[in-house]
Unconditional design. Structure first.
Length: 236
């Protein structure tokens, strides 16, 4: 039995080196319970992302047929890497078990939806939330209530079913909705956060916040221009 367990851990360490580098070998099996359960959980999150992407693509295609334009510019998705899962669990003081990962972390599976206009964000979020086979567990509206640094996005934690060979299982997926401009700002802000030994850091934070305000104004103006165009088409 010990030999089999060691062989499993060898495979896991090779598969997820960043996850196991800083964990003593004698604790690895105990911490994760069974590696197979952990690998299975990540597979289930990937399946949940596929289900969510399918729903979003269907809404996008229907909207295109009805309104002759697509509300979604792009969809990005990811399953949080094992090292990030470990770090977040430790930082929050949770015991590192497969059950705890599923219960305590709500953003292991993430989908980011990039839209052209703010109105499209709320339209898609409303249409998605109305579907009867999923449940919206939590909403954080950073568009109407931006973070102090200027960050804007609409976050939904959604519970969605996946259908496996022997069961239907509900998984949590975090869906983030942003405009192209919001996503540009967030991407630049994220990169700058990792810069070390930056002079005048407080000034830079303030400048980024001002940029976020400018970007928000541009989003609003672009929305107004689109509305003018659509109203003109109706008059014709």
């Amino acid at each position: 039995m010990m030999k089999e367990k060691n062989e499993i851990m060898d495979v896991a360490a090779e598969e997820f080196p960043a996850l196991f580098d800083h964990i003593p070998r004698e604790q690895q099996a105990k911490i994760l319970g069974t590696v197979q359960s952990f690998v299975t959980l990540l597979m289930e999150y990937r399946c949940a992302i596929r289900e969510m992407e399918t729903k979003l693509n269907v809404l996008n295609e229907e909207f295109s047929l009805l309104h002759e334009r697509n509300p979604i510019e792009s969809i990005k998705s990811r399953v949080k890497d094992p090292a990030s899962i470990v770090e977040k669990m430790y930082r929050r003081g949770h015991a590192l078990t497969v059950d705890n990962i599923e219960a305590k972390l709500h953003d292991v599976a993430g989908v980011r939806v990039i839209c052209s206009f703010v109105e499209d964000i709320y339209y898609l979020a409303d249409m998605l939330s109305a579907q009867d086979d999923l449940e919206v567990l939590k909403v954080k509206d950073y568009i109407k209530n931006p973070k102090k640094n200027g960050y804007r996005s609409l976050h939904l934690i959604i519970q969605i079913p996946i259908f496996l060979s022997n069961q239907k299982k509900y998984m949590q997926v975090e869906v983030q909705f942003r405009t192209i401009a919001m996503d540009f700002w967030a991407s630049v802000d994220h990169k700058l956060k990792y810069k070390k030994n930056v002079k005048n850091s407080e000034l830079i934070v303030e400048e980024l916040r001002k940029c976020a305000e400018t970007i928000s104004s541009v989003d609003t103006r672009m929305q107004e221009i689109r509305n003018m165009i659509e109203e003109g088409e109706l008059d014709d």
